[in-house]
Design a protein around this ligand. Structure first.
Ligand SMILES: Cc1cc2nc3c(=O)[nH]c(=O)nc-3n(C[C@H](O)[C@H](O)[C@H](O)COP(=O)(O)OP(=O)(O)OC[C@H]3O[C@@H](n4cnc5c(N)ncnc54)[C@H](O)[C@@H]3O)c2cc1C
Length: 649
């Protein structure tokens, strides 16, 4: 937990001390300032331009209760609930329209399966966490709620209706966070750019800022939050922290006034529900008496920012920047829109807006402590927010609680920057973002297996990869490594990925069943990418004893152990091998590599403990089944000993 230090002015007058510095005054930074101020953590927010001048001002402002994932739902619900409360109960003018939303489900089995799965999951989350339920509604009910839609020949099976959500004005909500934060003692300095971040021996950060007038200042902070949005990679680089994300172009267009839309508003006193057409890959909401339509362009058509920005970052002076609108690229989406909303084609287009926004490879944000905690302690990321308006409330409470109390309120590893290792280069992210963004409205199967940007080049352990592939291995992706999912000799090694995705029994079920049966007789699993570390030194025993709840194994023995969080939750499951009195070999799941690395460094004493990441130095072969001892004995050359002594480890 951070020290809740009060604002100090040092004797020299040129340095000031705060608990935290937030870099960036978009919706994310302002929401962070508010949530930390609420918890009594004194922070200053520096904004190089004016609030909202990055990606925030031009957002379409959609805020929905729907999310296909798990705990991300909590963020979505939290946003809708907070904004409703602020607007309705506290009278904050937010331009928050809440006509509800309808996802249009195509009449195809996988979409229908997914819709039922999502509605079912929403029910569970409603029971467990009080999230709003979703409702599957018929085409007639869709038409009742949105009289402008024409569903004849549209191939629409049903809709998922979510109540009470809609869209909000991004600037109003950012300013609402900012004003509330200031009311609680948070400080905002605009036209003040953070130009350098220096780590002090005290593990505090010296933050150098420069105002538009050229005045430089030093601020010393216990922690820094990178909420620099479109420029978050540049701010990360100042601290030696990678922020694997790229800027992409997202467009929407706004029509002239549509008489039927106006008529609806006059009659009902509120807007039409927001529509999301999965088949046409676009969203539609009312904008005054016209329509705003935003497509998720398909992978082949969508455009990223200029490739050189991956090296240089987006130029700092590009505040309130827009790309040139490109209506040609939108045509496939607009044509579909004219089918289901004929009025859309009958009026002129007022605006085509093409805005920059920052995305990580999977579109899921980078929120949490820097994975490079060994070189950048007390540096936090609230970056690459692809749906920053919708997530602002949930994200900021989640991260503020983590900073203030030492652990997050709930598990959300899919947002954590530690899921990307050094293999996630900017070019890799760019290829992956093209795939992810283009698939925004596709079906997302359980165990989704997307093939874009795979395998990572150069292929780690290429020799093993080639052997497995020649046996028809179908790979899954784990932290930069290709791991065997199952073998299909008939595939000839061609990767089938999501082509075999399903909500039902997948087509590879029989192959997996056969493998399981054979494993029951004897099996060896080659699982080389386990994360591995050596932990050694005079302080290693005390350090390990503090990290895990079980008794430490004796020398030459191993023990399955858990890294527990301060609240006693399981942070990680590791195999702890004691190689010598003061040396441990720690083996963990592939995806845990940087999570565990960071956790150990967050808890490590300054002296007496060495931690080496040896993941790439060793392989791991799991040998299991009734014949495993015999096989290990053969390898060991002491078969008799292995088969007799059950205690041999
Ligand atoms: C066309 C379009 C439509 C969108 N529609 C939606 C939508 O409907 N719903 C939704 O949820 N999201 C939407 N988004 C995404 C949304 O805009 C972003 O997720 C959100 O604005 C990100 O906010 P942020 O605060 O993280 O970043 P930003 O808004 O980019 O803010 C970062 C701030 O940091 C400042 N900064 C950077 N470097 C420094 C420095 N060195 N020193 C000081 N300050 C610095 C910048 O000036 C900037 O103001 C849309 C995006 C686009 C492009």
């Amino acid at each position: 937990p951070v020290a809740r230090r009060l604002w100090q002015r040092h004797a020299a007058g040129s340095v000031r001390g705060v608990s935290g510095v937030i870099v960036g005054g978009g919706v994310t930074g302002c929401a962070m300032l508010y949530n930390l101020a609420q918890r009594g953590v004194k922070c200053v927010l520096f904004e190089k331009g004016e609030l909202t001048c990055g990606a925030t001002w031009h957002a379409a402002g959609l805020v929905t209760r729907f999310h296909g994932g798990n705990n991300f739902r909590l963020w979505h619900d939290e946003g809708v609930n907070l904004f409703t409360q602020w607007q309705n109960e506290e009278g904050t003018p937010l331009s928050f329209h809440t006509p509800g939303s309808i996802r249009l489900i195509p009449n195809e089995q996988s979409y229908i399966d997914e819709a039922r799965y999502q509605v079912g999951k929403a029910k569970i989350f409603s029971g467990l966490f009080g999230c709003a339920e979703h409702h599957l509604i018929s085409p007639d009910e869709i038409k009742e709620k949105h009289p402008l839609v024409n569903l004849d020949d549209s191939g629409i099976y049903a809709g998922i209706f979510t109540e009470g959500d809609g869209h909000i004005d991004p600037s109003s909500v950012t300013n609402a966070f900012a004003d509330r934060a200031k009311g609680l003692g948070g400080i905002i300095e605009q036209k003040t750019e953070v130009v350098a971040l220096n780590l002090l021996p005290s593990k505090q950060w010296e933050v150098i800022t420069r105002t538009a007038a050229g005045e430089e200042k030093r601020t010393v902070a216990d922690f820094v939050i990178n909420a620099a949005g479109l420029w978050c990679d540049k701010v990360g680089a100042m601290a030696g922290v990678r922020v694997p994300s790229v800027v992409l172009q997202h467009q929407y267009c706004i029509t002239e006034s549509i008489p039927e839309v106006k008529e609806y508003h006059d009659k009902h006193g509120h807007q039409l529900p927001v529509l999301r057409d999965l088949k046409g890959s676009f969203y539609v909401r009312d904008e005054r008496d016209g329509i705003l339509l935003g497509p998720y362009e398909y992978s082949e058509a969508m455009q990223l920012a200029p490739a050189e920005w991956r090296q240089t970052g987006m130029p700092n002076e590009y505040s309130n920047f827009l790309f040139e609108g490109d209506v040609e690229r939108l045509m496939p989406h607009l044509e579909r829109a004219m089918e289901i909303l004929p009025q859309f084609g009958e009026v002129g287009m007022k605006t085509v807006l093409n805005g920059p926004t920052m995305w990580p490879a999977d579109g899921n944000h980078l929120v949490g402590p820097a994975p490079e905690w060994d070189v950048a302690p007390n540096f936090w990321l609230a970056c690459a927010e692809s749906y920053g308006i919708a997530h602002s409330a949930g994200l900021s409470r989640y991260l503020a609680e983590w900073i203030a109390h030492g652990e997050p309120p709930y598990e959300l590893k899919e947002a954590d920057p530690a899921r990307y290792g050094a293999w996630a280069t900017k070019d890799w992210v760019a290829t992956k973002v093209r795939e992810t963004y283009g698939m925004n409205n596709h079906v997302h199967f359980p165990n989704e297996n997307l093939l874009g940007a795979r395998p990572v080049e150069p292929i780690p352990n290429k020799d093993i990869y080639d052997v497995l592939k020649s046996q028809g291995c179908q790979f899954g992706f784990h932290n930069g490594w290709e791991c065997a999912n199952y073998f299909d000799p008939a595939s000839g090694g061609e990767q089938l990925g999501n082509a075999r995705g399903s909500f039902r029994r997948p087509p590879y079920k029989d192959l997996v069943e056969k493998e399981c049966r054979e494993m029951a007789g004897f099996g060896g699993i080659c699982y080389w990418p386990f994360a591995k570390y050596h932990v050694s030194g005079p302080g290693a025993v005390e350090f390990m004893d503090r990290l895990v709840p079980n008794r430490l194994p004796k020398v030459g023995r191993c023990a399955l152990s858990y890294f527990l969080t301060p609240q006693g939750k399981i942070g990680s499951e590791v195999m702890l091998v004691r190689l010598a009195e003061e040396k441990f070999y720690v083996v963990s799941y592939p995806e845990q590599e940087l999570f565990d690395w960071r956790w150990m460094h967050m808890n490590k004493p300054d002296e007496g403990v060495e931690i080496d990441n040896v993941t790439a130095d060793f392989g791991t072969l799991m040998v299991s089944g009734p014949e495993s001892r015999r096989v290990l004995g053969q390898l060991d050359g002491d078969e008799a000993n292995w088969s007799k002594d059950p205690d041999v480890r």
